[in-house]
Design a protein around this ligand. Structure first.
Ligand code: ADP
Ligand code: MG
Length: 229
Protein backbone atom coordinates (compact mmCIF):
# COMPACT_ATOMS: atom_id res chain seq x y z
CA UNK A 1 0.00 0.00 0.00
CA UNK A 2 1.35 3.41 -0.93
CA UNK A 3 1.30 6.65 1.02
CA UNK A 4 -2.15 8.23 0.94
CA UNK A 5 -2.95 11.16 -1.27
CA UNK A 6 -2.91 14.36 0.79
CA UNK A 7 -6.69 14.68 0.65
CA UNK A 8 -7.72 11.12 1.46
CA UNK A 9 -8.70 10.44 5.07
CA UNK A 10 -6.75 7.75 6.88
CA UNK A 11 -9.91 5.78 7.68
CA UNK A 12 -13.22 5.81 5.89
CA UNK A 13 -16.13 3.49 6.66
CA UNK A 14 -19.09 3.79 4.32
CA UNK A 15 -22.40 2.21 5.28
CA UNK A 16 -20.66 -0.63 7.07
CA UNK A 17 -22.90 -3.37 8.42
CA UNK A 18 -21.52 -6.44 10.18
CA UNK A 19 -23.95 -9.28 10.76
CA UNK A 20 -23.24 -12.48 12.60
CA UNK A 21 -25.41 -15.29 11.29
CA UNK A 22 -27.52 -16.80 14.04
CA UNK A 23 -29.99 -17.84 14.69
CA UNK A 24 -30.74 -15.30 15.81
CA UNK A 25 -28.76 -13.12 13.45
CA UNK A 26 -27.06 -10.20 15.19
CA UNK A 27 -26.28 -6.96 13.38
CA UNK A 28 -23.35 -5.79 15.48
CA UNK A 29 -22.86 -2.72 13.26
CA UNK A 30 -25.65 -1.08 11.27
CA UNK A 31 -24.80 1.14 8.29
CA UNK A 32 -21.94 2.87 10.08
CA UNK A 33 -20.20 5.85 8.52
CA UNK A 34 -16.95 7.12 10.01
CA UNK A 35 -14.12 9.24 8.69
CA UNK A 36 -10.88 9.64 10.63
CA UNK A 37 -8.20 11.99 9.34
CA UNK A 38 -4.49 11.45 9.84
CA UNK A 39 -3.54 12.92 13.22
CA UNK A 40 -7.06 12.61 14.71
CA UNK A 41 -7.67 11.49 18.27
CA UNK A 42 -11.02 9.72 18.59
CA UNK A 43 -12.58 7.84 21.49
CA UNK A 44 -15.46 5.41 21.05
CA UNK A 45 -17.88 4.93 23.92
CA UNK A 46 -20.93 2.71 24.27
CA UNK A 47 -22.46 0.05 26.50
CA UNK A 48 -21.33 -3.55 26.57
CA UNK A 49 -22.48 -5.43 23.47
CA UNK A 50 -23.05 -2.26 21.43
CA UNK A 51 -20.52 -3.14 18.69
CA UNK A 52 -17.33 -1.38 19.79
CA UNK A 53 -14.96 -4.33 19.48
CA UNK A 54 -16.58 -5.35 16.19
CA UNK A 55 -15.84 -1.88 14.88
CA UNK A 56 -12.22 -1.99 16.06
CA UNK A 57 -11.73 -5.43 14.52
CA UNK A 58 -12.93 -4.09 11.19
CA UNK A 59 -10.73 -0.98 11.44
CA UNK A 60 -7.78 -3.25 12.26
CA UNK A 61 -8.43 -5.58 9.30
CA UNK A 62 -9.06 -8.46 11.71
CA UNK A 63 -12.62 -8.73 10.42
CA UNK A 64 -14.52 -7.67 7.30
CA UNK A 65 -17.79 -5.78 6.84
CA UNK A 66 -20.72 -7.92 5.69
CA UNK A 67 -21.94 -4.92 3.68
CA UNK A 68 -20.31 -1.58 2.93
CA UNK A 69 -16.80 -0.37 2.28
CA UNK A 70 -13.68 0.28 4.33
CA UNK A 71 -11.00 2.47 2.80
CA UNK A 72 -7.68 2.73 4.60
CA UNK A 73 -5.42 5.53 3.36
CA UNK A 74 -7.67 5.80 0.32
CA UNK A 75 -7.40 2.15 -0.64
CA UNK A 76 -10.43 -0.13 -0.74
CA UNK A 77 -9.56 -2.94 1.67
CA UNK A 78 -12.30 -5.32 0.53
CA UNK A 79 -10.30 -6.32 -2.54
CA UNK A 80 -7.14 -7.23 -0.60
CA UNK A 81 -6.26 -10.89 -0.06
CA UNK A 82 -5.73 -12.20 3.48
CA UNK A 83 -1.94 -12.01 2.98
CA UNK A 84 -2.18 -8.43 1.79
CA UNK A 85 -4.37 -7.53 4.74
CA UNK A 86 -1.84 -9.07 7.14
CA UNK A 87 0.95 -7.08 5.49
CA UNK A 88 -1.00 -3.82 5.73
CA UNK A 89 -1.82 -4.60 9.36
CA UNK A 90 1.83 -5.24 10.22
CA UNK A 91 3.06 -2.01 8.62
CA UNK A 92 0.27 0.47 9.28
CA UNK A 93 -1.67 -0.54 12.38
CA UNK A 94 -0.75 -0.96 16.05
CA UNK A 95 -3.05 -2.66 18.59
CA UNK A 96 -3.38 -2.31 22.36
CA UNK A 97 -5.81 -4.49 24.34
CA UNK A 98 -7.31 -4.37 27.81
CA UNK A 99 -5.49 -7.46 29.03
CA UNK A 100 -2.14 -6.57 27.43
CA UNK A 101 -1.74 -9.81 25.40
CA UNK A 102 1.98 -10.12 26.10
CA UNK A 103 3.84 -13.40 25.58
CA UNK A 104 4.35 -14.62 29.17
CA UNK A 105 7.49 -16.68 28.64
CA UNK A 106 9.36 -14.04 26.66
CA UNK A 107 11.30 -11.07 27.96
CA UNK A 108 10.03 -7.54 27.59
CA UNK A 109 12.59 -6.99 24.81
CA UNK A 110 11.44 -10.12 22.93
CA UNK A 111 7.82 -9.02 23.20
CA UNK A 112 8.67 -5.72 21.54
CA UNK A 113 10.88 -7.38 18.91
CA UNK A 114 8.10 -9.75 17.86
CA UNK A 115 6.02 -7.54 15.53
CA UNK A 116 9.10 -6.51 13.59
CA UNK A 117 9.44 -10.07 12.31
CA UNK A 118 6.48 -9.28 10.05
CA UNK A 119 6.79 -5.60 9.29
CA UNK A 120 9.82 -5.37 7.03
CA UNK A 121 12.20 -3.73 9.52
CA UNK A 122 15.75 -4.88 8.60
CA UNK A 123 17.09 -7.44 11.07
CA UNK A 124 20.06 -5.38 12.22
CA UNK A 125 17.84 -2.43 13.12
CA UNK A 126 15.31 -4.41 15.14
CA UNK A 127 16.99 -4.49 18.53
CA UNK A 128 17.89 -0.79 18.38
CA UNK A 129 14.31 0.04 17.47
CA UNK A 130 12.91 -2.14 20.27
CA UNK A 131 15.19 -0.53 22.84
CA UNK A 132 14.24 2.93 21.58
CA UNK A 133 10.53 2.08 21.85
CA UNK A 134 11.03 0.81 25.43
CA UNK A 135 12.98 3.95 26.23
CA UNK A 136 10.11 5.95 24.74
CA UNK A 137 7.64 4.41 27.23
CA UNK A 138 10.05 4.76 30.16
CA UNK A 139 10.94 1.08 30.51
CA UNK A 140 14.60 0.84 29.52
CA UNK A 141 15.29 -0.56 33.02
CA UNK A 142 12.89 -3.47 32.40
CA UNK A 143 14.10 -4.89 29.06
CA UNK A 144 15.18 -8.25 30.51
CA UNK A 145 12.19 -8.71 32.79
CA UNK A 146 9.31 -11.09 32.15
CA UNK A 147 5.73 -9.78 31.98
CA UNK A 148 4.62 -11.49 35.20
CA UNK A 149 7.11 -9.48 37.25
CA UNK A 150 5.76 -6.13 35.97
CA UNK A 151 2.90 -4.02 37.31
CA UNK A 152 -0.25 -3.58 35.20
CA UNK A 153 0.80 -0.12 34.10
CA UNK A 154 4.25 -1.38 33.10
CA UNK A 155 2.70 -4.26 31.13
CA UNK A 156 0.49 -1.85 29.25
CA UNK A 157 3.48 0.37 28.48
CA UNK A 158 5.29 -2.69 27.05
CA UNK A 159 2.18 -3.30 24.93
CA UNK A 160 2.28 0.32 23.74
CA UNK A 161 5.98 -0.02 22.85
CA UNK A 162 5.15 -3.20 20.91
CA UNK A 163 2.26 -1.44 19.15
CA UNK A 164 4.37 1.47 17.93
CA UNK A 165 7.76 -0.14 17.30
CA UNK A 166 7.10 -0.70 13.60
CA UNK A 167 6.06 2.92 13.10
CA UNK A 168 2.30 2.45 12.43
CA UNK A 169 0.06 5.22 11.13
CA UNK A 170 -2.97 4.13 13.15
CA UNK A 171 -3.15 3.00 16.76
CA UNK A 172 -6.25 1.05 17.82
CA UNK A 173 -6.89 0.42 21.51
CA UNK A 174 -9.75 -1.63 23.00
CA UNK A 175 -10.31 -0.59 26.66
CA UNK A 176 -6.58 0.02 27.20
CA UNK A 177 -7.13 1.33 30.74
CA UNK A 178 -9.77 -1.25 31.72
CA UNK A 179 -7.38 -3.17 33.99
CA UNK A 180 -5.53 -0.17 35.40
CA UNK A 181 -6.07 2.04 38.42
CA UNK A 182 -6.77 5.72 37.91
CA UNK A 183 -3.22 6.99 38.26
CA UNK A 184 -1.70 4.35 35.99
CA UNK A 185 -4.46 4.82 33.50
CA UNK A 186 -3.63 8.54 33.42
CA UNK A 187 0.01 7.68 32.68
CA UNK A 188 -0.94 5.41 29.80
CA UNK A 189 -3.27 8.09 28.38
CA UNK A 190 -0.47 10.67 28.65
CA UNK A 191 1.70 8.34 26.64
CA UNK A 192 -0.95 7.90 23.94
CA UNK A 193 -1.36 11.67 23.77
CA UNK A 194 2.37 12.27 23.37
CA UNK A 195 2.33 9.82 20.47
CA UNK A 196 -0.65 11.67 18.99
CA UNK A 197 1.28 14.96 19.29
CA UNK A 198 3.99 13.28 17.24
CA UNK A 199 1.43 12.53 14.51
CA UNK A 200 0.06 9.07 15.35
CA UNK A 201 -3.68 8.70 14.72
CA UNK A 202 -5.55 7.29 17.74
CA UNK A 203 -8.84 5.40 17.94
CA UNK A 204 -9.52 4.33 21.52
CA UNK A 205 -12.49 2.39 22.89
CA UNK A 206 -13.28 3.14 26.50
CA UNK A 207 -15.90 2.72 29.20
CA UNK A 208 -14.28 5.44 31.26
CA UNK A 209 -15.83 8.89 30.85
CA UNK A 210 -12.70 10.57 32.15
CA UNK A 211 -10.65 8.85 29.45
CA UNK A 212 -13.24 9.60 26.76
CA UNK A 213 -13.39 13.29 27.56
CA UNK A 214 -9.67 13.75 26.93
CA UNK A 215 -10.04 13.14 23.20
CA UNK A 216 -10.65 15.89 20.67
CA UNK A 217 -13.40 13.83 19.16
CA UNK A 218 -15.86 11.35 20.65
CA UNK A 219 -18.30 8.98 19.02
CA UNK A 220 -20.88 6.77 20.68
CA UNK A 221 -22.14 3.39 19.51
CA UNK A 222 -25.56 2.31 20.67
CA UNK A 223 -26.93 -1.01 19.43
CA UNK A 224 -24.67 -0.96 16.37
CA UNK A 225 -25.41 2.62 15.37
CA UNK A 226 -22.84 5.35 15.55
CA UNK A 227 -23.32 8.99 16.51
CA UNK A 228 -20.85 11.83 16.79
CA UNK A 229 -20.82 13.54 20.22
P1 ADP B 1 -18.77 -4.43 22.61
O1 ADP B 1 -17.33 -4.50 22.27
O2 ADP B 1 -19.37 -3.06 22.44
O3 ADP B 1 -19.07 -4.97 23.98
P2 ADP B 1 -19.07 -6.40 20.49
O4 ADP B 1 -18.64 -5.68 19.27
O5 ADP B 1 -18.12 -7.35 21.09
O6 ADP B 1 -19.58 -5.35 21.58
O7 ADP B 1 -20.42 -7.20 20.15
C1 ADP B 1 -21.54 -6.59 19.54
C2 ADP B 1 -22.64 -7.62 19.33
O8 ADP B 1 -22.22 -8.58 18.38
C3 ADP B 1 -23.01 -8.40 20.59
O9 ADP B 1 -24.39 -8.67 20.55
C4 ADP B 1 -22.20 -9.67 20.43
O10 ADP B 1 -22.81 -10.73 21.12
C5 ADP B 1 -22.23 -9.89 18.95
N1 ADP B 1 -21.03 -10.59 18.46
C6 ADP B 1 -19.75 -10.14 18.50
N2 ADP B 1 -18.90 -11.01 17.96
C7 ADP B 1 -19.67 -12.07 17.56
C8 ADP B 1 -19.39 -13.32 16.91
N3 ADP B 1 -18.14 -13.65 16.54
N4 ADP B 1 -20.42 -14.13 16.66
C9 ADP B 1 -21.69 -13.82 17.00
N5 ADP B 1 -22.02 -12.66 17.60
C10 ADP B 1 -21.02 -11.80 17.88
MG1 MG C 1 -15.72 -5.08 23.48
Amino acid sequence: MSEPAAHSPLVQLRDVTRSFPGPPEVQALKAVNLTVDAGDYVTIVGPSGSGKSTMLNILGLLDRPSVGEYRLAGEITGSLSEDERAAVRARFIGFVFQSFHLMPRRSVLDNVLMPMLYSGVPRKERETRAREALDRVGLNHRVDFFPQSLSGGERQRVAVARAVVSGPRLLLADEPTGNLDQRTSGEVMNLFEELNDEGLTLVIITHDDGVARRARRRVRITDGRLEEL
